[in-house]
Design a protein around this ligand. Structure first.
Ligand code: BDP
Length: 704
């Protein structure tokens, strides 16, 4: 198994009696109507059943009269009203929210019911039926019963997007699975068959939009030449209910428009964008909209002309005019030299609340710094009630061990979604901000920075697929549990053998906290290798900006460790609600996982765990690295239940992971020891190498 088929393997159900039961309920498919997405749904169902049941199932236009056969009917029902709730047999979650989409019932929601012996999949749109079909297939893929199936599900978030950071030259920014899957040189004439498999995979988890290019954008995509290529990709994705979006370069009017400015208040600039947008919609009638990184990390933006983010975003919203599209404006900004980076996006964006046009969503990373292995939630969530805020998470593991470390991100995403902002009292979770229910926003969105590349198995690390999968499932329904999603993915992708499923899902579920322990325990952050963002470099003292060094963040000295963000320090804590300020503001009540995010603590300070800070730090580094050995043992034990090629691949990567976990451990304990001047606590052995040796080792990776 080379991993290409992802979780859509559709291998034959081995249990003959179960297969016979499934076969009896799936003797035909009826697809009523010609809607293109409905036809896709019927074809996918046929393909899935062919594989799983080892029988070909005909697709009919209408049910045969007086037939005694039982089958599956796909029916678009304009009156269907499926509210945002999920009731599935195999993934438990809370039953109801009153999100904006619930009020009207999402056109993407589906229902599966048993009627007169047949299974009827219904919803208001072809896309709804496609999602229903994938849910039905998932029942079979996870070996759930079909008899009397009753299943209702509707997305809680409207825009569920992958963000590709793919460049026109085929490289992928922070991509670790080969080059870009988009072959711009070949388009529009040659359509790589892979695009369709990509679309299937996304649709199977409810993703309904993709931004094709990097946020550090090239103006190329807005040229007629490239729009034809984009249109060709859109043509492959459309039958799967997926719209394309583009990241835009703010300076495009200058770069390709021949103008001397890109000031958003300049009428010529406005006209240029309006005209260009009309051209886009002529080429791609269902174009989704624009994603913008402006005045961030050297990218141009409205501030270059003394304007603000709202001026820029609103100008693009006006350019969209009557077209059905959105502007996704990123809040990932940090101006140099203005105090704690933690606070900078908040300071720029919060005052603009209420100033954004209706088509604008502000896209906010999960945490205030930058996709670290663990961050407190971004303080903008809950602080901009009049603006729809999208959540951006990173599936590509820039700070989480690239494609060599096994890190399942379901728990990371869920942790952010479940974080309580207290914006409107207890229970005002990030999830409710993002799905629009807290403030009754009409639009809502979530984006995952894709971890996909041209590697045969899509994600480099086979388990990276689980992160793509989990993102889609949580984007659809944030009440799902990451553990249940991990189990689902494991059964669909790796094995059905119950003990192996248990072991693998255990490894997945623990993997992120293990990674945190051997890299950045207790709330340490941003101490990774410069530029590359791989491996440890806590000793990094000089960089182009102070907030790109490690010492800016860990602040180790002879007294202690950590960034004081209380009122005595940068006071970033003041950006949070009083309840959080209080809890996180005292080392006694701050959860250990966040301690060094908010406090500079003495090395000898006794923590809630009973150990002094230094001992706790070492304990986490050592047990974290040892836990990779546990992961290896668990993985070794499932060998008979998993495909040999896949098994060997993951086993080898786990070996690298352990070697590098030891790097992290040794680098960090030896470096911090130069400040703490305390011994490595028993029972842990002293590292066998010196700090100088490990520095040399790590430096090799920084050589060009
Ligand atoms: C940082 C990445 C950089 C991205 C940036 C962003 O290192 O490559 O361009 O985020 O999100 O984490 O814009």
């Amino acid at each position: 198994d080379d991993g290409y088929r992802l979780w859509l393997k559709y291998d034959r159900v081995a249990d003959a009696s179960l297969r016979a039961q499934y076969q009896a309920s799936a003797q035909f498919i009826v697809a009523e109507g010609q809607d293109v997405v409905l036809r896709t749904a019927a074809a996918e169902l046929q393909r899935g059943l062919q594989g799983l049941l080892d029988q070909s199932v005909p697709v009919l236009n209408q049910a045969e009269k007086n037939s005694t056969k039982r089958g599956i009917i796909l029916r678009i029902d304009p009156t269907a009203n499926v509210s945002a709730q999920t009731n599935t047999a195999n993934v438990s979650g809370k039953k109801k929210t009153n999100s904006a989409s619930a009020a009207k019932g999402s056109p993407e929601g589906f229902q599966i019911a048993t009627q007169g012996g047949n299974l009827v999949v219904s919803g208001r749109s072809g896309a709804a039926l496609l999602y229903g079909v994938f849910a039905l297939l998932r029942q079979l893929q996870t070996r759930q019963p079909l008899a009397n199936l009753a299943l209702t599900s509707s997305p809680r978030i409207q825009y569920r997007l992958l963000n590709h950071w793919d460049n026109p030259n085929g490289t992928v920014e922070r991509g670790y699975a080969g080059s870009s899957i988009w072959k711009w040189q070949e388009l529009p004439e040659r359509i790589d068959p892979r695009y369709e498999d990509y679309a299937r995979a996304n649709a199977s988890i409810g993703i309904n939009g993709v931004v094709l290019n990097n946020v550090n954008a090239s103006a190329r995509y807005l040229t007629p030449e490239y729009l034809r290529k984009v249109a060709a990709v859109a043509g492959v994705l459309r039958p799967y209910g997926i719209r394309v979006y583009l990241s835009v370069l703010w300076a495009a009017p200058k770069v390709i428009g021949g103008l001397t400015t890109s000031d958003p208040l300049n009428p010529q600039v406005q006209q240029w964008w309006a005209h260009r947008t009309d051209e886009i919609y002529k080429t791609i009638p269902d174009f989704g909209g624009f994603l913008v990184k402006a005045n961030s990390e050297g990218e141009p933006g409205p501030q270059d002309y003394g304007r603000n983010h709202a001026d820029g975003a609103n100008m693009l919203a006006r350019a969209l005019g009557q077209h059905d599209g959105a502007v996704m404006w990123r809040a990932f900004v940090y101006q140099a030299g203005s105090g704690d980076r933690f606070k900078q996006a908040y300071e720029e964006f919060q005052p603009l609340d209420g100033k954004f046009a209706p088509k604008v969503l502000v896209q906010v990373k999960n945490g205030p710094i930058d996709f670290q292995a663990r961050e407190p939630f971004h303080p903008l969530f809950g602080a901009m009630p009049r603006t729809p805020l999208m959540l951006e998470v990173q599936l590509t593991q820039e700070y989480l061990g690239f494609a060599t470390h096994l890190v399942y991100l379901g728990p990371l995403i869920k942790e952010c979604l479940m974080a309580d902002t207290y914006a409107k009292g207890p229970g005002s979770t990030v999830a409710k901000v993002v799905d629009g229910s807290l403030e009754n926003h009409a639009v809502s969105g979530i984006a995952g920075v894709a971890n996909i590349g041209a590697d045969r198995n899509w994600t480099g690390h086979p388990v990276g697929q689980a992160n793509w999968y989990a993102f889609g499932r949580l984007a659809w329904d944030h009440t799902l549990s990451p553990a249940a999603i991990a189990e689902e993915w494991t059964r669909m992708t790796l094995t059905q053998e119950p003990a192996a499923v248990r072991s693998i899902t255990q490894v997945l579920n623990e993997s992120r906290s293990i990674y945190v322990r051997y890299t950045t325990p207790l709330g340490l952050h941003h101490i990774m290798g410069q530029n590359l963002h791989y491996g440890p470099e806590p000793w990094l003292t000089k960089s182009a900006r102070p907030d790109w060094t490690a010492i800016y963040y860990h602040r180790a000295d002879s007294v202690g460790l950590g960034f004081d963000r209380t009122a005595m320090g940068s006071n970033a804590l003041a950006l949070y609600a009083p309840a959080l300020r209080q809890r996180w503001g005292s080392p006694a009540t701050c959860p250990p996982d966040f301690l060094l995010w908010f406090h500079h603590l003495p090395w000898g300070q006794k923590l809630s765990t009973g150990r002094p800070l230094w001992d706790e730090l070492c304990t986490r580094y050592y047990t974290g690295a040892d836990s990779v050995l546990w992961m290896q043992r668990q993985w070794a034990a499932v060998q008979p239940a998993v495909d040999a090629e896949l098994h060997a691949d993951v086993a080898a990567r786990l070996q690298v992971q352990h070697r590098e976990a030891l790097w992290w451990r040794d680098a960090c304990v030896l470096y911090f020891q130069t400040f703490s001047r305390r011994p490595i606590p028993a029972p842990f052995p002293k590292p066998i190498r010196s700090l100088a040796e490990i520095k040399e080792q790590v430096a090799i990776y920084q050589l060009r």
